[in-house]
Design a protein around this ligand. Sequence first.
Ligand code: HEM
Length: 101
Amino acid sequence: MMTAEYALSHLNELVAPPMVEVSARLKENIKTTDEEEDVNRYLFILFVKDYIVNPNFDNSMCNTGAIEKFGTMPSLKGQLKEDEKQAVAEWLYDRYENTKF
Ligand code: HEM
């Protein structure tokens, strides 16, 4: 997993924000008043499945600095099947549970 220290010292080599950062940022932003974590996880997954096909500035939850540096991500439209989108979205949530960036 990429650490914040590593990312900062290799900024010029990065082509996208580190996945651990993306995951943490989305978890901060996609929150309901429901205390059940599975509701938040479900919304996170819905967002990711949509965003990777329709990435755009208005939908992005990235910080402005990241957008200025990288631009919005290229659309993965047509490149992933429905079950693959589901799998990658679940992975993005679950892989970085209890990790800090
Ligand atoms: C299956 C693979 C991928 C997944 C699941 C994924 C997921 C995401 C998500 C969910 C965000 C949005 C974060 C936010 O709104 O805060 C994001 C941002 C970004 N991704 Fe990806 N991504 C993938 C592949 C890629 C690839 C191949 C590139 C290009 C090299 C890329 C470049 C970027 C960049 C530059 C951003 C920041 C700007 C933006 O929010 O659009 N991603 N990614």
